[in-house]
Design a protein around this ligand. Structure first.
Ligand code: ADP
Length: 296
């Protein structure tokens, strides 16, 4: 690896610069008659030290945008940068290293390793990267998420909210340049959801963390500094210092427009605090993500 590449993999971008950005980002799935344009041509910056929410009707391209930004999916057109590293031209090994060292991930389904304790789950990305645990940082993060007395517990011995706080602490363990959170409160009752969002907010305010979060919940998005709105694979609007009523009003406009085009699915915008599932999941739900791969 060249020195320039090594430098690019380790230097965080300065405050005020974009931590991540997409330039003319397009994504097409399939071919011929089954071809779907998930992203048309998206230009967006995610600034260092800010909490940005991505919203939009179901099928508008939110997950695709996040997956392309995080190097979990490839772009069909345009470019994606983390700092000044261009993901679209990067070799697989460099991309894996970049994701491992500079990105953190939080998913709806927690994706903890069931056989590991909370502490082992939190330090897993460091273990995979062969890095030593910075005890001071570990203690600070664990204290902030309120897990100090739960470190020896396995995921099945933790509530859904506690599991997601472990996942947040895991995402922060490597002090990443950017954390991508995909519907992080989607499996949580409103109180646990608020705790997780409160932690994400604090990590931005107190540690200068950069966070990009996909959500369809206006109350969750209201924790962000900025909300960007997608519709039909295009970035169509944004709100700064948003509150839930303003987000809801904006979302209603896009829902109605999408409904008029008959273009999107049936996922409604959440009009109240995150809905409580019948019970908090006792164990991480399965989904298509592989935590090994996702942690790099
Ligand atoms: P959102 O997260 O806003 O609900 P997605 O990014 O999941 O939207 O999807 C955007 C569009 O791309 C949708 O029409 C969806 O059906 C399509 N899509 C997403 N992933 C795939 C895939 N792996 N294969 C084919 N089409 C996909």
């Amino acid at each position: 690896m060249s020195e320039a590449t090594a430098e690019a993999l380790t230097s965080p971008p300065p405050a005020g610069d974009p931590a991540a950005r997409a330039v003319g980002l397009g994504k097409v799935y399939g071919e011929g008659e089954t071809q779907v344009t998930a992203l048309g041509s998206v230009d967006v910056d995610f600034e260092v030290g800010r909490f940005t929410a991505i919203m939009g009707p179901s099928g508008s391209g939110k997950s695709t945008l996040m997956h392309c930004m995080a190097g979990l999916d490839s772009a069909s057109a345009g470019k994606v940068f983390i700092g000044d590293s261009d993901l679209t031209t990067m070799k697989d090994n460099d991309l894996t290293k970049l994701r491992r060292e500079r990105m953190g991930f939080v998913f709806q389904a927690f994706n903890l390793v069931p056989t590991l304790t909370a502490e082992e789950n939190i330090t897993l990305p460091l273990d995979i990267a062969g890095k030593k645990v910075d005890q001071e940082w570990f203690d600070l993060v664990v204290g902030t998420v309120g897990l100090a007395d739960r470190l020896t517990h396995r995921p099945s011995e933790l509530s859904g909210g506690q599991q997601q706080r472990v996942a947040c602490a895991r995402a922060m363990a490597t002090r990443p340049d950017i954390i991508f959170a995909d519907e992080p409160t989607g499996n949580l009752d409103s109180r646990s959801g608020a705790e997780v969002l409160g932690f994400l907010r604090r990590s931005v305010d107190e540690f200068g963390q950069t966070i990009v979060m996909v959500t369809h919940d206006a109350h969750a998005a209201a924790y962000a500094d900025r909300v960007v709105f997608l519709a039909d694979g295009e970035l169509v609007d944004e709100l700064l210092d948003p509150d839930a009523p303003a987000i809801l009003e904006r979302m209603m406009t896009f829902e109605q427009a999408a409904g008029a085009h008959g273009a999107v699915g049936a996922q409604p915008v959440a009009t109240s605090a995150p809905a409580a599932p019948a019970a908090e999941p006792e164990a991480p739900a399965q989904d298509s993500h592989d935590p090994e791969t996702e942690q790099g």
